[in-house]
Design a protein around this ligand. Structure first.
Ligand SMILES: [Zn+2]
Length: 443
């Protein structure tokens, strides 16, 4: 049986390597990974053979683009044919140590198995930037079971000497009482739940800003990329720092923002990061928006090469962040999913860009609907939004309509018809199923 070399992960210098040194380190790890995948893992052997590739063809990161993509559909099919973990497992049963799974929002959940070594690598990676220490408490609001991000962050908090409180089972009021009694240094949950909890606190006379929480960690929702959402959370919870994290269950928890920037700092000694055109698969330059593609450089359990995450972002243009980090950074966080993207007359429109305009314009409720009519080549866009004023005059309404139209055009470079509807008439999220705000009527 082949095993990958052992690497030193708990070393903060890795985040500050020069471009050249990082390229060398990534290339060396990629070569070892490709050889391991080819000789140890049937799934990858089949893919390489089908593409007419051998490990010798991949000499470094510049050759990464020659490796065929890997998709979630492919992994789901493979796990169905080869239960429980698929034919892309590199370790024998005797090394299985941790179990995780995707949360299963689309289709059958994907299962993950991890060796003790891979597990420790993830914890060591997060310990490079210790945010908590002895005497600190971290409250995790959501469920933890089988979710790779919360599981690893729980163990990381403990490894830093702080105390972790898993509060996923409790109702909102119990969670709030726990928070005001324990006075934690950090609280983590999804952005929309943190927003909701702040409302419950207000209604129940709980003074959240008075608690002295330092960091609010908001994971797993593109909404946190919006400055408006961050500001609302900062005010409601009285915190300075909003930590945004990014992870892909099929790979690893990959990284997060720093105190100086909203870009996601990706652990570039663990993975290679590319941005590709979601339609053609062509590599895109830093600054260009496209699909995030991740390659495991370490990880012996279920390594993936060129995995298409369906997440949309762009790579930072500058070589390093103000904090000194020189690895890959996803600028402006994750702005949406490929599946939510609208292709309109040759332009990509992101619903999140429209959402950002609607949410920041005074006089509108947070709800909106995007309606697309016509045929592909001649499609037209209608944005339906609600005025939030009680009895707006016709002049006020037409000024609001005009301003929304102008700001949408500036934000997405496409003109839209604006329909203002009365307050409360658009569908609202019910907290159970995902609200579809895009109505595509194209043939
Ligand atoms: Zn930084």
């Amino acid at each position: 049986m082949e095993r990958l070399p052992e690497y030193l992960i708990l070393d903060h210098r890795v985040d500050r390597l020069s471009h050249q040194d990082l390229y060398r380190l990534q290339s060396e790890r990629l070569r070892a990974m490709v050889a391991y995948c080819y000789h140890q893992i049937p799934f990858w052997r089949r893919k390489f053979d089908a593409a007419g590739l051998t490990p010798a063809d991949i000499r470094g990161m510049d050759d990464l683009h020659r490796i065929p993509f890997c998709t979630k559909d492919e992994l789901q099919e493979d796990q169905a044919q080869h239960p429980p973990f698929g034919s892309y497992v590199g370790i024998p049963r005797s090394l299985w140590a941790h179990y995780a799974a995707t949360s299963g929002t689309t289709g059958r959940p994907l299962r993950r198995v991890l060796s003790a070594r891979d597990w420790q690598y993830m914890i060591d990676r997060f310990r490079r930037n210790p945010t908590l220490g002895p005497g600190d408490i971290a409250v995790i609001l959501g469920p933890v079971d089988a979710l790779i991000g919360p599981m690893v962050s729980s163990e990381t908090v403990a490894a830093m000497g702080a105390m972790v409180v898993q509060a996923g089972l409790y109702d909102s009021i119990t969670k709030l009482r726990l928070i005001s009694d324990l006075r934690p240094a950090s609280v983590s949950g999804t952005a929309s739940y943190l927003m909701y909890l702040a409302e419950v606190a207000k209604d129940n006379g709980i003074d959240l800003p008075g608690i002295g929480i330092r960091v609010l960690s908001a994971f797993g929702e593109p909404g946190i990329a919006l400055e408006e959402t961050r500001n609302r959370l900062r005010q409601a919870w009285g915190v300075n720092r909003i930590a945004d994290g990014y992870g892909v269950t099929e790979i690893f928890p990959l990284g997060g923002n720093c105190a100086h920037s909203t870009s996601l700092h990706i652990a570039s000694d663990l993975v290679g990061t590319e941005i590709v055109d979601p339609e053609t698969g062509e590599s895109l330059a830093p600054g260009e928006i496209g699909e995030v593609v991740i390659t495991n450089l370490v990880g012996e359990s279920q390594p993936l090469l060129r995995y298409r995450t369906r997440d949309i972002s762009r790579l930072a243009v500058e070589a390093a962040c103000t904090c000194g980090f020189t690895g890959s950074r996803l600028e402006g966080s994750i702005i949406g999913r490929v599946d939510d993207m609208i292709w309109l007359r040759g332009v990509n429109v992101f619903p999140s860009a429209i959402e950002a305009v609607v949410r920041k314009l005074p006089g509108l409720s947070p709800e909106y609907q995007i309606v697309i009519n016509g045929e592909n080549g001649l499609a037209s866009l209608t944005i339906r939004a609600e005025s939030s004023a009680e009895n707006p005059s016709a002049t006020e309404l037409s000024a609001l309509q005009e301003r929304l139209g102008r700001e949408i055009r500036e934000a997405i470079r496409v003109s839209a018809t604006i329909e203002l509807v009365s307050p409360g008439s658009l569908p609202r999220p019910d907290g159970r199923s995902k609200l579809r705000r895009v109505v595509d009527r194209r043939r």
